[in-house]
Design a protein around this ligand. Structure first.
Ligand code: HEC
Length: 113
């Protein structure tokens, strides 16, 4: 079998970049590029239920078009139980306030595009 070490080495920067992205603990101001990529990673789980880019086509509520402040306050209300829910309460416990902020600003940003 012929080996192509060049191809394998070519993947290395991608892998390293991916780890840096996922492992980033810095807290830059909103709307910085690193916030955008972290927001995209966080929000992609939401779109499984709430539709592509938050626009639901079924019975699920859309989360597109809301201001970030609304999304943050609702996620916090789901998390602390002050807003009753079936799944969102359990889902929201997985996110810190900082992650909610980054995710909500990302969803608000793509809603305007
Ligand atoms: C397993 C499916 C599922 C996932 C994943 C999910 N949601 Fe939800 N979401 C729901 C359901 C169902 C509701 C209605 C409330 C309830 O019963 O939990 C809801 C309601 C909401 C609402 C309230 C909308 C309104 O009109 O006030 C917001 C905001 C929301 N979700 C945000 C999110 C965000 C942000 C994420 C990603 C972190 C997310 N959801 C992931 C199922 C989901």
């Amino acid at each position: 079998m012929i080996k192509h070490p060049g191809v394998r080495m070519g993947l290395l920067p991608l892998l390293v970049g991916g780890f840096l992205l996922l492992g980033s603990t810095a807290a830059p101001a909103a709307d910085e590029p690193s916030d955008v990529s972290q927001g995209a990673l966080l929000a992609i789980t939401c779109f499984a239920c709430h539709g592509f880019e938050g626009k639901s086509v079924g019975g699920m509520p859309s989360i597109r078009g809301f201001p970030a402040d609304y999304l943050i306050s609702q996620m916090q209300a789901f998390r602390d139980g002050s807003r009753p829910s079936t799944v969102m309460g359990r889902h929201a416990t997985g996110y810190s306030d900082e992650e909610l902020r980054i995710m909500a600003h990302y969803i608000e940003m793509i809603s305007k595009q």
